[in-house]
Design a protein around this ligand. Structure first.
Ligand code: FES
Ligand code: FE2
Length: 324
């Protein structure tokens, strides 16, 4: 078991990385949400100027939940209990009935980025700053691509288990009724690229296609289908650990405008439908740390070695870098 892992179905703790806590569309300026992520209670709000902010949920004063009755005031959030106001950095900036703001009147503020139609938060096991980026995928800002569509659901599993699924090629036959795909995996430090091949039938003919998945940590992945000229699809797949045994899966899709009608919809609906039979498997399986893999199994062991770097405290170099 990795240090910090919970004795339970999975031997690993919540990993380091960027994880989505909402889609951009679901949080307007002035809105506040109570969030459960990383086995913690957090509050997400969007300031009047549009900046998304995440802070620890419980007020440092007498412990009220800022996400339950808290109000956005300009660039800050006001606690519902005694009206203390906290800025985006988590600092108390106003107490309506006090002459002095006490030391320690602050709540933890988390690193947040808004990208690819999602709001993402940095989680690190020892509280270190981000050690990688999630790039802005250009398709989301391209007028030739559609407005994003979303899908989400919770799954009783761990992010590492869901991320491993792409490497497990044999399950495609038994769970999805497909051919076992050819798979090519490249690891480049913190990045992982998984390419599988396929055939797509369209009105314009039959094309050899490739599904290219690029991961940014265990919680964010761009999935592009390539090979049909002039037609592109992109899925931004995000996996957020609610805690050690529950994942919030969120997908944002965009397709080239020439696919905007039924073709694009079918493609998106097809992906949503395709993941459904995985879910009861994920929700009821356990993690085998040393599985007896056979020669027909996909490259699962390589994935697991790559994934270790997102458990910083299990790596002496990163743990040391994280210590103040
Ligand atoms: S508990 Fe938040 S202001 Fe008192
Ligand atoms: Fe699957």
């Amino acid at each position: 078991m990795l240090p910090g892992g919970m004795p339970g179905r999975f031997p690993f703790p919540v990993p380091d990385g960027w994880f989505a806590v909402a889609t951009s569309a679901e949080l307007a300026p002035g809105e506040v949400r109570a969030i459960r992520a990383f086995a913690r209670d957090l509050v997400l709000f969007r300031t009047a100027s549009g900046r998304p902010v995440v802070v620890d949920a419980h007020c440092p004063h007498l412990g009220a939940h800022l996400g339950v009755g808290g109000r956005v005031i300009g660039e800050s959030i006001r606690c519902p209990f005694h009206g203390w106001r906290f800025d985006a950095g988590g600092r108390c900036v106003e107490i309506g009935y006090a002459r002095r703001i006490p030391r320690g009147a602050r709540t933890r503020s988390w690193d947040v980025i808004e990208r690819n139609a999602m709001i993402l938060v940095w989680h690190h096991l020892e509280g270190a700053p981000p050690f990688f980026e999630v790039p802005a995928l250009p398709e989301f800002d391209d007028p030739d691509w559609t407005e994003p569509r979303h899908y989400e659901r919770c799954v009783r599993s761990a992010v590492q288990e869901l991320a491993e699924n792409d490497h497990d090629t044999a399950h495609f036959r038994y769970v999805h009724g497909l051919e076992i795909p050819e798979i090519e995996v490249q690891y480049d430090g913190l990045q992982r690229t998984v390419v599988t091949g396929g055939i797509r039938e369209t009105d314009a003919g039959r094309f050899r296609t490739r599904l290219v998945r690029r991961s940014f940590g265990l919680g964010a992945m761009a999935v592009r289908s390539e090979g049909v000229p002039g037609a592109g699809t992109l899925l931004f797949n995000s996996l957020t650990p609610i805690d050690e045994e529950n994942v919030h899966l969120r997908w944002s899709f965009t397709v080239t405008r020439n696919l905007a009608g039924s073709v694009g919809r079918d493609f998106i609906d097809g992906l949503i439908e395709a993941v459904q039979p995985d879910i009861p498997i994920w929700e009821n399986k356990v993690y085998r740390p040393e599985p007896p893999l056979c020669d027909g199994d996909g490259p699962v062991a390589g994935f697991r070695r790559w994934a270790l770097q997102f458990y910083s405290h299990a790596r002496p170099d990163r743990a040391a870098a994280a210590r103040p």
